[in-house]
Design a protein around this ligand. Structure first.
Ligand code: NAD
Ligand code: TYD
Length: 347
C-alpha cells in the first residue's frame, strides 16, 4: 500500500511518519512537505534512510504539481496534515491560511478523486477541536457539536473539514476525519505555548502569558495523537469523524507554573526562579476561553487510550529540548527573530 502523508516534516506529521514507517515496513510512505518555517527535515533524520520512506518537497497549493504527483504515484490512501497551524500567525495573515488549509486541501481531494485506483483507499483529514469554537466553564466537544470557529486558523480548518465531508457526500469519496485537542511533545516549533516557554525559561526571557492566563486547553502527548491517527486509519469507519483528546484540562497559568517548577528542578536553579519570568501581556484577539474534548466515541468504538500522564509527558518533553539545543538553535535563528519581534515587542 502506498500512502501519502502531507506535512510530515512538521511537528505532528513527523511523529505520524515515524510511526507509520517504523510500524508498517510493508507500506510505502511518501512524505510531501513544502518545508515552510514549521517544516524541518531534521525532525526525520532517524528514518530518512529507510527503504519504505520517500520525501517529496512541494506545495499543496500548486494544483498542477499535485495533479502530476497523484497521476504518477496512484496513492492508495492520503493522511493529510499539511497546514498553517498557528493561531497568532492566522490573525496577522489570514489569506495564507485560506490558501494552504482550504485551497491546498481541495487540490488534494480533487487529485485523489481523479487518480485513485484502490476502491478500499481513503482520504484521512487530520483536524483540530478549535473548529467547535469555545466552551464556557462546563461541557465538552463531541463529534455532534456544531461548528463555530472563531479564529482565521479555526475557520480555515472548519472549511477544509466541510470540503472533505462534501467530497464524501457528493462524490462518494471514502474519507475519515479526526479533530484533536492541543498537542505537546518533541519537535514542536517554539511559537506555541509549551516549547516557546521552555525556550524562554532556558534563556531567562519573559514568559508572555496572554490576558490573565485563565484560558483552558486540553493537552495531549503528540505520540498519543499519532497512535490515535494509526487506530483511526486502520479501524475507523468510512465517512466518520473521531474526536481525540487527553482528558487533561489546564488553565494556562497553572500549566506555566508547573512548567516553571519542572524547569527549575531540571536546570538546577533555585525554586521560584522561572516563575519570576512570568509577564501578563495583552490578550490574543478573539481568544477562545476553553477547549475540552470528549473522546468516548474513539475509545469505546475502536479502542484507543492515551498512554501518558501529563507531568510525565511534560518532563519527557523538557528533557528532549534540553538534549536538543542544536535543533532549537537552528529553528530560532533567522526569520524566527523577526516573528518574535512582531508578535511580542509591542504586546
Ligand atoms: P506544523 O505547523 O508543525 O507543521 C505543518 C507542516 O505542514 C510543516 O511541515 C509545513 O512545512 C507543512 N506545510 C505548510 N504549508 C504547506 C503547503 N502549502 N504545502 C505542503 N506542506 C505545507 O503543524 P502541526 O502542529 O504539526 O499540525 C499538523 C496538523 O495537525 C495540522 O493540520 C493542524 O491543523 C492539525 N492539528 C494540530 C494540533 C496541534 O496542537 N498542533 C492539534 C490538532 C490538530
Ligand atoms: P497555543 O500553543 O498557541 O495553541 P492554541 O492557541 O492553538 O490553543 O496557545 C495555547 C494557549 O496559550 C492559548 O490559550 C494561548 C496561550 N498563549 C500565551 O498565553 N502566550 C503565548 O505566548 C502563546 C503562544 C500562547
Amino acid at each position: 500500500m502506498k500512502i501519502l502523508i502531507t506535512g510530515g516534516a512538521g511537528f505532528i506529521g513527523s511523529h505520524v511518519v515515524r510511526r507509520f514507517v517504523n510500524t508498517y515496513p510493508e507500506y510505502q510512505i511518501v512524505n510531501l512537505d513544502k518545508l515552510t518555517y514549521a517544516g524541518n527535515l531534521e525532525n526525520l533524520t532517524d528514518i530518512e534512510a529507510k527503504e519504505n520512506y520517500t520525501f517529496v518537497k512541494g506545495d499543496i497549493v500548486d494544483q498542477s504539481f499535485i495533479e502530476d504527483l497523484f497521476e504518477k504515484e496512484k496513492f492508495d490512501c492520503v493522511v493529510h496534515l499539511a497546514a498553517e497551524s498557528h493561531v497568532d500567525r492566522s490573525i496577522s495573515n489570514p489569506l495564507e491560511f485560506v490558501m494552504t488549509n482550504v485551497v491546498g486541501t481541495v487540490n488534494l481531494l480533487n487529485a485523489f478523486k481523479t487518480h485513485r485506483t484502490n476502491p478500499d483507499g481513503f482520504f484521512y483529514h487530520v483536524s483540530t477541536d478549535e473548529v467547535y469554537g469555545e466552551l464556557g466553564d462546563s461541557g465538552k466537544f463531541k463529534e455532534t457539536t456544531p461548528y463555530d470557529p472563531n479564529s482565521p486558523y479555526s475557520a480555515s480548518k472548519a472549511s477544509s473539514d466541510h470540503f472533505v465531508r462534501a467530497y464524501h457526500v457528493t462524490y462518494g469519496l471514502p474519507v475519515k476525519l479526526s479533530n484533536c485537542s492541543n498537542n505537546y511533545g518533541s519537535h514542536h516549533f517554539p511559537e506555541k505555548l509549551i516549547p516557546l516557554f521552555i525556550n524562554n525559561i532556558q534563556n531567562n526571557k519573559p514568559l508572555p502569558v496572554y490576558g490573565k492566563g485563565e484560558n483552558v486547553r486540553d493537552w495531549l502527548f503528540v505520540e498519543d495523537h499519532a497512535s490515535a491517527i494509526d487506530t483511526i486509519f486502520h479501524k475507523g469507519t468510512n465517512g466518520e469523524t473521531y474526536n481525540i483528546g487527553g482528558n487533561n484540562e489546564w488553565t494556562n497559568i497553572a500549566l506555566v507554573k508547573l512548567l516553571c517548577k519542572l524547569m527549575d528542578s531540571k536546570l538546577g536553579r533555585p525554586k521560584g526562579t522561572a516563575e519570576e519570568l512570568i509577564s501578563y501581556v495583552k490578550d490574543r484577539a478573539g481568544h477562545d476561553f476553553r477547549y475540552a474534548i470528549d473522546s468516548t466515541k474513539l475509545m469505546t468504538n475502536i479502542g484507543w487510550r492515551p498512554s501518558l500522564q501529563f507531568e510525565e509527558g511534560l518532563s519527557k518533553t523538557i528533557d528532549w529540548y534540553l538534549k536538543n539545543e542544536e535543533w532549537l538553535n537552528h529553528v530560532t535563528s533567522g526569520a524566527y527573530m523577526d516573528y518574535y519581534k512582531e508578535q511580542y515587542e509591542e504586546r
